[in-house]
Design a protein around this ligand. Structure first.
Ligand SMILES: NC(=O)c1ccc[n+]([C@@H]2O[C@H](COP(=O)([O-])OP(=O)(O)OC[C@H]3O[C@@H](n4cnc5c(N)ncnc54)[C@H](O)[C@@H]3O)[C@@H](O)[C@H]2O)c1
Length: 247
């Protein structure tokens, strides 16, 4: 129970990697607030699993791309709990296409939801974290933000931006005892990757030395480590959870 009595906010926590992160943090003793653009109904299974492991879970519907929604979400957490110790910026989307066919809307939507969201929530949480003199911010990036990927210009740019933002926030808040790190998943089994056809999956698996897709739990366990005091001397780092795709 490394996170006993800590309070964690997970964006995009209704399903997939976010739901697995919320559950893992709960298993370690944290009280959870899930936020997602989907209505609370969509998070029912995720919330039940958290309650089943003996923790608390509250829900706040919000669009991560809106700063005002981010502020309202953080205010909601603080009106229910006295602290906000762990912020996980997980919500993200893909709108893949070759750049010649990529619409301006698909570029803007991905940058707003994947990158501006991290600015929004980080800005909203650092004040309470500074007041409580501690905090952990964990951003979910992607290995493609490091290696590039044809057909994902918007997504890659957003995730490379998340990595740059992570390092900058780590430097700005190191003196305040707020650690900011990123986890870069590789190829993980969720609804996001279920959209890929078998040929696309085989091509990606060829790049994975461990020759299998990761599970949301693999990412969640790394996030739980970064959220704990075991990671107090880590900041500005990007940990790839990718079966060895990048080394
Ligand atoms: N699945 C993978 O292989 C993989 C690999 C690398 C990185 N990632 C990253 O992990 C994170 C989670 O991905 P996933 O695979 O679980 O995806 P997913 O599509 O299964 O879940 C994403 C969640 O984010 C929510 N969401 C979408 N737009 C939102 C918005 N505007 N505001 C609030 N919530 C919003 C969705 O409702 C959903 O619950 C994303 O940032 C993704 O880029 C995933």
């Amino acid at each position: 129970m490394k996170l006993k009595d800590k309070v964690a906010l997970v964006t995009g926590g209704a399903r997939g990697i976010g739901a697995a992160i919320a559950l893992q943090l709960a298993r370690e003793g944290a009280k959870i607030v899930i936020s997602d653009i989907a209505p609370e109904e969509a998070a029912k299974a995720a919330m039940k699993s958290i309650i089943d492991v003996g923790s608390e879970c509250k829900y706040f519907q919000a669009d991560v791309s809106s700063f005002s929604d981010a502020q309202k979400t953080v205010d909601f957490v603080l009106s229910n709990h006295s602290t906000l110790d762990i912020m996980v910026n997980n919500a993200g989307i893909t709108r893949d296409n070759l750049i010649l066919r990529m619409s301006e809307k698909d570029w803007d939507d991905v940058l707003r939801i994947n990158l501006k969201s991290v600015f929004n929530f980080s800005k909203a949480v650092v004040k309470p974290m500074m007041n409580q003199r501690s905090g952990k911010i964990i951003n979910i990036a992607s290995v493609v933000g490091i290696m590039g990927n044809a057909g994902q210009a918007n997504y890659v740019a957003s995730k490379a931006g998340v990595i740059g933002l992570t390092k900058t926030l780590a430097k700005e808040f190191a003196g305040r005892n707020i650690q900011v790190n990123a986890v870069a998943p590789g190829f993980i089994e969720t609804e996001m990757t279920a959209k890929l056809n078998q040929a696309q999956k085989d091509a990606i698996l060829n790049l994975v030395p461990l020759k299998k897709m990761g599970k949301p739990e693999d990412v969640a366990k790394t996030v739980a480590f970064l959220a704990s005091s075991d990671a107090d001397y880590l900041t500005g780092q990007v940990i790839c959870v990718d079966g060895g795709m990048i080394m």
